[in-house]
Design a protein around this ligand. Sequence first.
Ligand SMILES: Nc1ncnc2c1ncn2[C@@H]1O[C@H](COP(=O)(O)OP(=O)(O)OP(=O)(O)O)[C@@H](O)[C@H]1O
Ligand SMILES: [Mg+2]
Length: 237
Amino acid sequence: MAEPFLIGENMTGGYGAADILHSCTLAVEKGEIAVIVGPNGAGKSTAMKAVFGMLKLRQGTVRLAGEDITALAPQARVRKGMGFVPQTHNIFTTMTVQENLEMGAFIREDDQIAETMEQVYHLFPVLREKRWQKAGELSGGQRQQVAVGRALMTRPKVLMLDEPTAGVSPIVMDELFDRIIEIARSGISILMVEQNARQALEIAHKGYVLVQGSNRYTDTGHALLADPDVRRSFLGG
Ligand SMILES: Nc1ncnc2c1ncn2[C@@H]1O[C@H](COP(=O)(O)OP(=O)(O)OP(=O)(O)O)[C@@H](O)[C@H]1O
Ligand SMILES: [Mg+2]
């Protein structure tokens, strides 16, 4: 089989002497959705940071479109087509919605930024309404839309989302998942961590269950949802 569009393969590393990730592998195909689930502290955010270049790996490689990008800094990965929405501190709260989107485009040198902003406002109409408002004044769900919108401003080929639905109501979560599906259908690969494991696996082409920094289960989203062991241990039965 051909190489996945983005793969972090056999990633081993951590923040200090002790490793958090142990030969962890995550991948996503072009235009597909891959979801990472697992208990708190399993290393999901750490694995995302590793793929984005925010963690020094002792072992393993990250490849994007067949190119080894393991040595690249996050900024350089953005230039290669990666967008990342971290779990926390993912917007500039004292700036307006529109300023947040403009900041997202800082790396671009072309003159089509307004067009991309239009696409983001089309995807998230409430952001257009609130474009002159400070992002810190928005609701949790709206803030997450700002964060995703900001990442889309670089026109990424792959979008990495760490718990995009954290702290939002079930209805807002469904809304956000619909938008994420729409983004994937436009050809952008999605690699995301989710606490709402069941709902996320429903929309996942590929699912990863991480435990203590290692891959425990890997399969299609639906296969994981149907697996009795996965259900019992990670999906609440
Ligand atoms: N900046 C850091 N410095 C040192 N250790 C860290 C740091 N960030 C995370 N860790 C440790 O790494 C381990 C994995 O944390 P991580 O945040 O990756 O887990 P997670 O799966 O994302 O958890 P959650 O579901 O709570 O977001 C934890 O033991 C945590 O204490
Ligand atoms: Mg996390």
